[in-house]
Design a protein around this ligand. Structure first.
Ligand SMILES: C[S@@+](CC[C@H](N)C(=O)[O-])C[C@H]1O[C@@H](n2cnc3c(N)ncnc32)[C@H](O)[C@@H]1O
Length: 307
């Protein structure tokens, strides 16, 4: 029933099927891996080989099951709707960093505690690129805000040449993830406290990392950034700030910051804040780069940096 349609009409029909409650839709499509003697694939509704079908699935809020080649240049696809947004996400106008749900919002081991960002290429690879850009010196001091179970600390060990002898301080207000971080990284120091209330005795750092924490409603992100620059950075220090640009449905990230349960992403939820951080950092002599996929990552540094 859905063969021979152009992409826009196919997307419309699929969306209608899922709105009416379909639990899966199967399609038979030209197999993009089957190329003719000239190297061309059969024409179909979707360009870009399987990438296009992944993009369509994502736009429809579905996952794409492993395609089955049918022979004769055809393949079978199955699109299955993703579960609803994970309940740790914030309410109405947040981009996904969390809201006033208390310090244990992210502590549920079956909830955010089961997310393994470092196993997702869309989180890990941009994070490693950003960490290379803001790489701390061997023996340098690193402050990780909203460190949860310490994944950002783990990421340093995944760099091509991990920096050695880092003095890492992690801060989070959630008790159990912090305890897990302390078990994973016994040489680091972890403090249970509000990021808005950093003690001056913490001193200055060569790198501050704050991913998916600045937009928590209880945090005044602009005031925190000012405080970091004024009180917690060495003159040559760097910053890595990340804002969530997606939502988890089940344990699958779906690209694009959005208001809760809205179909369309609205990147103004992150762009506005990133632009403000970047402007402030420029005024204080930093150069900045913005990259990332499911987290948008602003790296900022003063002086010469690799990459
Ligand atoms: C979405 S999780 C991000 C964790 C980690 N940075 C990552 O990107 O995977 C947000 C983390 O920030 C912590 N957090 C949120 N608001 C905080 C606050 N005001 N003070 C300290 N920690 C906070 C939460 O407990 C949680 O561990």
């Amino acid at each position: 029933m859905l063969t021979g349609l152009g992409l826009a009409e196919l997307a419309r029909r699929l969306r209608a099927a899922f709105t009416e409650g379909a639990t899966a839709v199967e399609l038979e499509v030209p197999d993009p891996d089957a190329v003719d003697a000239g190297g061309a694939t059969a024409a179909g509704p979707v360009a870009g080989r399987w990438r296009g079908w992944f993009d369509l699935a994502e736009a429809l809020g579905c996952r794409l099951e492993a395609p089955r080649p049918l022979g004769g240049g055809r393949a079978a696809l199955r699109l299955v709707p993703l579960p609803p947004e994970a309940d740790w996400h914030g309410g109405a106008a947040t981009a996904g960093a969390g809201d006033a749900g208390g310090s244990e919002r992210y502590a549920d081991p079956e909830g955010f505690g089961a997310v393994r960002k470092l196993d997702h290429p869309g989180f890990l690879l941009p994070l490693l690129e950003a960490l290379e850009r803001v790489r701390p010196p061997d023996g340098g001091r690193v402050l990780v805000l909203g460190c949860h179970r310490g994944d950002e600390v783990a990421a340093f060990g995944l760099l091509d040449r991990p920096p050695v002898g880092l003095d890492v301080v992690g801060v989070d207000h959630a008790e159990s993830p912090l305890a897990e971080a302390a078990r994973r990284f016994p040489t680091a120091r972890f403090l249970r406290r509000d990021v808005a209330d950093l003690p001056s005795e913490l001193g200055r750092f060569d790198l501050v990392v704050a991913i998916a924490v600045l937009q928590s409603p209880a945090v005044d992100d602009r005031a925190l950034l000012r405080r970091l620059v004024q009180a917690h950075l060495t003159p040559a220090a760097a910053l890595l700030l990340g804002l969530p640009n997606g939502r988890f449905r089940g344990h699958e990230p779906v690209w694009g910051a959005r208001t809760r349960n809205y179909r369309e992403p609205d990147l103004s939820l992150v762009v506005r804040d990133l632009a403000a951080y970047r402007r402030y950092l420029h005024q204080h002599g930093f150069r900045a780069h913005v990259g990332g996929r499911y987290d948008l990552l602003l790296s900022a540094w003063r002086g010469a940096r690799p990459g």
